[in-house]
Write a protein that binds this ligand. Structure first.
Ligand SMILES: Nc1ncnc2c1ncn2[C@@H]1O[C@H](COP(=O)(O)OP(=O)(O)OP(=O)(O)O)[C@@H](O)[C@H]1O
Length: 232
């Protein structure tokens, strides 16, 4: 997959249209607003608990398939890709920060940060100048103290683990970061600081961010705001 500079400018990182999904025929339909996310921009999707925010991120990741509607990531219709192609797109171009961070407990802070580079040559090749150097730069920028870098992530506070998850999501300049309420464990001041850091570092890399949360006090940090309603 190669993109000219012009394509990068013109093709939205994410475009969804008329998306509807239900987990089973017995469940209510979840209907999603149309989203368009240009390269390097960010969007805050607000919705109450159970409205389908995490489900939407699973659809955009290609881990679940919508019964109706279109999802394009970097101009590619996920519905037209094989499972292997979706996996490759996710590994190469998506960073994720989930509620529980999904860090690997027996790996060090540095090894967790480097994981995307082990799983994707594209992520590894886009590090600047090397995976190790970029991991250190990101961990420093996100204020993870260097004395912790060789420790297992289980020895870190929740806020520190969250910043490691952000470093892991940012490494190798993915085109899109999906963040699922990653600030809920933090106090207000730390939440604001974390968001500013995440969005600044993403913007520097022209990485788009789709951030979902029920907490609309966070909305002011973002370029765009969209609201998700209750299930039908
Ligand atoms: N893996 C699953 N299998 C079946 N149903 C699911 C699954 N994941 C979520 N659901 C259901 O889909 C609906 C939307 O859940 P989802 O987790 O997407 O909401 P949310 O807006 O992220 O909620 P919260 O803010 O509480 O995390 C809920 O009714 C939930 O029970």
């Amino acid at each position: 997959m190669t993109f000219s500079q012009t394509d990068r400018e013109e093709t939205p990182t994410l475009r969804t249209r008329d998306l509807r999904f239900r987990w089973s025929p017995a469940d209510p339909w979840l209907a999603f607003p149309d989203l368009t996310l240009a390269p390097g921009t960010n969007l805050f999707l607000k919705g109450p608990s159970g409205s389908g925010k995490s489900t939407l991120l699973s659809l955009v990741c290609g881990l679940a398939a919508p019964q109706q509607g279109l999802i394009e990531v970097m101009g590619q219709d996920l519905g037209q890709l094989s499972r292997g192609e979706r996996d490759a797109l996710r590994a190469n171009h998506l960073g994720v920060i989930f509620q529980q961070f999904n860090l690997v407990p027996y790996l060090s802070v540095t090894a967790n940060t480097l994981l995307p580079c082990r799983l994707s040559a594209g992520r590894r090749d886009r590090t600047d100048p090397t995976p190790d150097a970029e991991a250190k730069r990101l961990l420093s920028a996100l204020a993870v103290p260097s004395r912790l870098w060789s420790k297992p992530v289980t020895q870190l506070s929740v806020g520190q683990q969250q910043r490691v998850a952000a470093a892991r999501a940012l490494i190798g300049a993915p085109r899109l970061i999906l963040a699922d309420e990653p600030t809920s464990a933090l106090d207000r001041e730390n939440r604001d600081r974390f968001l500013e850091l995440l969005l600044t570092l993403a913007g520097e890399r022209r990485t788009s961010v789709l951030f979902v949360s029920h907490d609309d006090t966070l909305a002011r940090h973002f370029d765009q705001l969209t609201t998700l309603g209750d299930p039908a």
